[in-house]
Design a protein around this ligand. Structure first.
Ligand code: NAD
Ligand code: TYD
Length: 377
């Protein structure tokens, strides 16, 4: 079936994997990638699909309502997968306003533009979907009731052989929102607006909340790519606090596969949590990264452990995130494709093989290149 799908934030980390999957898999779809190309967005992430006939890139800011109206009607958009956001907690602590502007006002502008366009059509909302990508961070923080870890009560392919849980509670779809950081507060607000457009105007919307992603093309300000890059350059590895915080990690391509499945088979107005039951204490994860990088670089085992540097904790640092994704598994049959050890190995290899990408995205040159190429209208 022919469709015109708008993917926002497609030049970012997760968005680029979603765009690649859709462009390669759905030749009948016209995929419009809408991205502002902030520091986090790079068209280099999509080099392999940029010349595909079913792919178009549009540089725009989701917070610009007139632009959203124009683009949605120009491309006759009938489905939206909304990933564009400011996504880094540390930046949100320094500059919360940018997060409110993009994540809250931007999502609202996109919702309003889609509503106006879809309501203007004879078939209105039939066959349309506004799919909003959110995070498990909106649920707040879970307690570390088992700091040393206990055998995990649930398991999927994503978890490791000796998988652990660090508490008894997990985030489920009905967990009350309790965001703590400006980032998670802005995402929570955007989730509420999306659901409000369904409840008030009958707009077909859907929200998913995913755990921490890792994999190729992640901007090297986030833990995993930052640490791989720092180890390679013999730079300190800044561990916040005691390194005891727990995150639940999912390989980015498995998130993209879940998004594909949910976009096509998910029920309107539902929420699905996405995660692989794969909890890691930061310091344990950091040791896995160090040993993998050292091995692949031919360094003696433990060589880079000396780079571990404990630094002042992040303000309001959430202790533990852990997703219960059994609804998605049982209702839609999703399961991750990779074990964590395989995913980390693939990821470390990718960053070591793509030093040029790392150098480019951190150099600022790309930003100027985009600014010259897509001058403001
Ligand atoms: P990212 O920071 O790598 O990419 C964000 C993209 O959005 C960039 O390409 C950027 O240029 C674009 N963008 C930012 N502001 C924009 C604006 N005003 N208008 C248009 N485009 C804009 O983020 P990511 O890690 O790929 O996350 C994508 C989405 O998934 C976000 O909504 C995030 O909240 C959510 N999420 C991320 C994770 C994770 O671990 N990274 C986990 C769960 C959910
Ligand atoms: P991050 O990748 O920023 O993701 P999030 O904050 O969305 O979970 O951080 C993952 C964990 O690693 C988090 O507990 C903070 C910690 N961290 C460090 O200890 N040092 C760092 O330099 C970074 C970026 C993160």
């Amino acid at each position: 079936m022919k469709r015109n799908i708008l993917i926002t934030g497609g030049a970012g980390f997760i968005g680029s994997h979603v765009v690649r999957l859709f462009v390669n898999k759905y030749h009948d779809y016209q995929i419009v990638n809408l991205d502002k190309l902030t520091y986090a967005g790079n068209l280099a992430n999509l080099k392999d699909v940029e010349n595909s006939g079913n792919y178009t890139f549009v540089r725009a800011d989701i917070a610009d309502l007139d632009d959203m109206r124009r683009i949605i009607s120009q491309y006759k958009i009938d489905g939206i997968i909304h990933l564009a956001a400011e996504s880094h907690v540390d930046r949100s602590i320094k500059d919360p306003f940018t997060f409110a502007r993009t994540n809250v006002m931007g999502t609202l502008a996109l919702l309003q533009a889609a509503k106006e366009y879809w309501e203007s059509l004879p078939e209105k909302y039939d066959g349309k979907l506004f799919y909003h990508i959110s995070t498990d961070e909106v649920y707040g923080a879970l307690e570390l009731t088992h700091p040393e870890g206990v055998a995990a009560p649930f398991t999927t392919k994503a978890s490791s052989a000796d998988d652990m849980a660090y508490g008894t509670e997990f985030f489920v779809e009905t967990t009350k929102y309790n965001p703590h950081s400006p980032y998670s507060a802005s995402k929570a607000s955007s989730d509420h607006f999306v659901r409000a457009y369904h409840d008030t105007y009958g707009m077909p919307t859907l929200v998913t909340n995913c755990s921490n992603n890792y994999g190729p093309y992640q901007f090297p300000e986030k833990l995993i790519p930052l640490f791989i890059n720092n180890i390679r350059h013999n730079k300190p590895l800044p561990v916040y606090g005691k390194g005891e915080n727990v995150r639940d990690w999912l390989f980015v391509e498995d998130h993209a596969r879940a998004i594909d499945l949910i976009f096509h088979k998910g029920n309107v107005a539902e929420t699905y949590n996405i995660g692989g039951f794969n909890e890691w204490k930061n310091i344990d994860l950091i040791r896995v990264i160090i040993s993998t990088v050292d091995r692949l670089l031919g360094n003696p085992a433990g060589h880079s452990e000396r780079l571990i540097t404990y630094v002042t904790d992040r303000l309001g640092h959430d202790m533990r995130y852990a997703i219960d994704s059994r609804k998605l598994q049982s209702e839609l049959g999703w399961e991750p494709s990779l074990q964590f050890e395989e995913g980390i190995e693939k990821t470390v290899r990718w960053y070591l093989d793509n030093q040029e990408w790392l150098d480019n995205v951190t150099s600022g040159d790309y930003q100027h290149y985009y600014d010259d190429m897509y001058t403001a209208r």
